[in-house]
Design a protein around this ligand. Structure first.
Ligand SMILES: [Zn+2]
Length: 398
């Protein structure tokens, strides 16, 4: 396939939700709905049947999924706030193009093939990563999901209703899941771990998100003596540094990238700070040790600051080892493509507990992700489409 063909389809999606500060495609936003429309049109152009499942995940089918033993590829269309264009959409664009290649090659499909766009993989709006795939597989309670609120207080149920999707069918979907015999997600690589254009995933590191609540006493910045303050901002600042230090000590990753301060005024000592910690490592025991150390150190610091500190898990993902046999088969098909683990979570990680699952990674020359500089070359993306087509042909046409 010529890189121009990749570029042409890429260009049709690229402007949606793009701002000077990066992509804004949070789930069920106007941009997300426009992406969904794009998906539906591209599927229709290819004669694929489109359906939205009870969890808002979009499916485009070649063949009848009810026949079962289906092969599915795809990823997600949503972005983090200010995200890059490749994380998610690359897997969907590549899925459509790979199907085009197979049709042109005259492949005889022995199994139905689907391209899926999972809802809210990033967890940027409602706080739970892989929302759509977790709901489908039963890993997330539908009642809890329906009541999740975004920063403006809008619930997931209401956001879905506003988009014309009935939220009453949220929840496990064993019938749909049972029809899938393999899932292959193609994704941009998100570090600098890949020197070749295409790689194959071995595992996803265990990772999680914790909410950190710091409570102190709001007061006047000009009249409250320094030794009489209960300033939660200090405990918060300590927590950020402690998480960083404890992560470095263990070769783990810890990030505090989001915080809310109340009342958030220049001339007032804060009364509360809420922050979110993201922690990841190759081993679960390392993540556990990191969280334990941070909890102990920050609790001690809170005592000294006269503040209160509570840390609660919001979403936890254990290590995911991808299906070894499928992975080895794909590596052989792709002439010994490099195999690598990732610290990033994916819908494929959720699916892997239920169906044989694999991931293809596409080289990211900047190593940047979840930021506007995220990139991949047209040539590498085209190599990715060809690799995905090779994999789908093997799985669906033989
Ligand atoms: Zn992603």
């Amino acid at each position: 396939m010529s890189p121009d063909r990749f570029a042409a389809l890429w260009r049709s999606l690229a402007p949606i939700g793009r701002t000077p500060e990066g992509y804004q495609r949070s789930s069920w936003s106007e941009a997300d709905l426009a992406c969904r429309e794009w998906f539906t049109e591209e599927a229709a152009d290819r004669g694929l049947t489109v359906e939205t499942d009870g969890n808002g995940n979009l499916w485009a089918w070649r063949g009848d999924p009810a026949a079962g033993d289906a092969i599915v590829t795809g990823s997600h269309l949503d972005s983090v706030p200010g995200g890059g264009g490749y994380d998610g959409p690359l897997g969907i664009v590549s899925g459509f193009l790979a199907l085009d290649l197979l049709s042109e090659r005259g492949c005889v499909f022995r199994r139905p093939v689907g391209v899926v766009a999972f809802t809210e993989e990033e967890g940027s709006r409602f706080g739970v990563a892989c929302l759509g795939s977790r709901l489908m597989t039963g890993a997330l309670d539908p009642a809890r999901a329906a009541g999740l609120r975004d920063r403006d207080g809008v619930t997931l149920a209401d956001a879905m209703k506003s988009a014309g999707v009935d939220p009453s069918a949220l929840g496990p979907d064993p019938v749909r899941l049972g029809r899938i015999s393999a899932f292959v997600e193609l994704h941009v690589e998100q570090g600098r771990a890949l020197a070749a254009p295409v790689g194959v995933a071995s595992a996803i590191w265990p990772h999680g998100r914790w909410r950190l609540d710091f409570t102190g006493t709001g007061n006047h910045a000009g009249t409250t003596r320094m030794d009489q303050r209960h300033d939660p901002m200090l405990t918060f600042a300590f927590a950020v540094l402690a998480a960083n230090k404890e992560a470095r000590l263990r070769d783990a990753y810890a990030t505090v990238g989001r915080a809310e301060v109340s009342p958030n005024a220049t001339n007032a000592i804060a009364s509360t700070v809420t922050a979110w910690l993201d922690a990841r490592a190759p081993e679960q025991s390392t993540v556990d040790g990191l969280i334990k150390a941070v909890t102990t150190k920050v609790t001690d610091r809170a005592t000294r600051d006269g503040t209160r500190f509570v840390m609660s898990p919001e979403s936890l993902s254990p290590v995911t080892e991808f299906h070894t046999e499928l992975r080895d088969r794909i590596v052989a098909l792709l002439d010994g493509a490099p195999v690598l683990p990732t610290g990033a979570g994916h819908d494929a990680g959720v699916l892997a507990a239920h169906v044989p699952t694999a991931m293809l990674f596409i080289r990211n020359p900047t190593g940047v992700s979840h930021a506007p500089d995220e990139s991949a070359t047209e040539v590498d993306c085209t190599a990715g489409v060809e690799a995905l087509a090779t994999v789908l042909e093997e799985l669906a046409c033989r």
